[in-house]
Design a protein around this ligand. Structure first.
Ligand code: PPS
Length: 289
């Protein structure tokens, strides 16, 4: 147990992931017409939230701009400072179709996610870039411990001992469900390479079409550069938790930044760990584009 987090059922969670939330998830009512965006931290959740939200608005950017950035998507994992109601309580009162999101490991997700079969979009990102992205997120996020030394942080990531638990466990769980009818499994690297195709895939999967001639505008709206400066997006209002001066939420948005941090020895050790944990799974990533 630390000042920042504690372990629940073998998984480290920040204090803001209250016991009440994990308890409530066991019986949380999932709806068949929900859309659940599920990701390990730093995999591109915010990116795909924006794509889904724009599709939800029929790619009408005026309508999108008028939506309350905090209310559009229900992120159930945290009770953030200043919140007066748990997100799952608010979400239960929302009209369908709801857009829900979580970083919870499978053992803590709402049990009805499996039985009700809502639409699930899972986004995976290569673990080396996640490690770096999360290292900086730990610096800027006031709810998380800052690691002064990359070496110390790397060991915690390697051991699966950071908040949210093991990257391997979560990705393997959803990779094994990638062929379920209600699951769309996406990779961050593919989105970086071809955002238009990813948007079309998500649109077809959700049944929320991109109107003729609008795809290019959606791609532009969801590009890293546009999202970084778009004031309607939520991190501009998140100063209670995020200190942008330590590291911006929209940091680099690249594939391959890990090469600036991993030593040769760390890279070899991580490759061996990946081989051991994922052997035979068939889940592979690109580490540069
Ligand atoms: S969180 O806090 O766990 O929900 O973070 P998450 O949104 O999953 O991931 C944040 C990283 O995604 C990058 N990002 C993007 N990359 C490319 N294009 C777009 N549009 C985009 N939007 C967000 C963001 O910059 C974080 O990655 P890093 O590597 O830190 O830059």
């Amino acid at each position: 147990m630390t000042e920042y987090d504690r372990i629940v059922d073998g998984i480290r969670y920040p204090w803001a992931t209250k016991d009440e939330i994990l308890e409530a998830m066991k019986t949380f009512e999932v709806r068949e017409d929900d859309v659940w965006l599920i990701t390990y931290r730093k995999s591109g959740n915010t990116w795909v939230q924006e794509i889904i939200t724009v599709l939800f608005c029929g790619c009408d950017f005026t309508k999108r701009g008028e939506m309350d950035p905090k209310k559009r998507v229900s992120f159930v994992d945290l009770l953030k400072p200043g919140m007066t109601e748990f997100v799952h309580v608010t979400a239960a009162k929302k009209p369908s179709p709801r857009i829900m999101t979580t970083h919870l490991q499978s053992r803590h997700m709402p049990r009805e996610i499996i039985t009700k079969k809502p639409k699930i979009v899972y986004v995976a990102r290569n673990p080396k870039d996640i490690a770096v992205s999360l290292y900086y997120f730990h610096k800027s996020n006031k709810l998380l411990k800052t690691f002064e030394l990359w070496e110390e942080y790397f060991q915690a990531f390697y051991d699966g001992d950071l908040v949210g638990g093991s990257w391997f466990e979560m990705n393997l769980y959803w990779w094994n469900r990638r062929n379920d009818d209600n699951v769309l499994f996406l990779k961050y690297e593919d989105m970086k390479e071809d955002l238009a195709s990813a948007i079309v895939k998500i649109s077809e999967f959700l049944g929320w079409p991109v109107p003729e001639g609008k795809l290019e505008d959606v791609v532009k709206h969801c590009s890293f550069g546009q999202m970084k400066t778009n004031p309607i997006l939520y991190w501009h209002t998140e100063s209670a938790i995020l200190d942008d001066s330590k590291s911006p939420f929209m940091r680099k948005g690249l594939v391959g930044d890990w090469k600036n941090y991993f030593t040769v020895r760390q890279n070899e050790a991580f490759d061996k760990l990946y081989e051991k944990k994922m052997k035979g799974s068939g889940l592979e990533f690109r580490y540069e584009l």
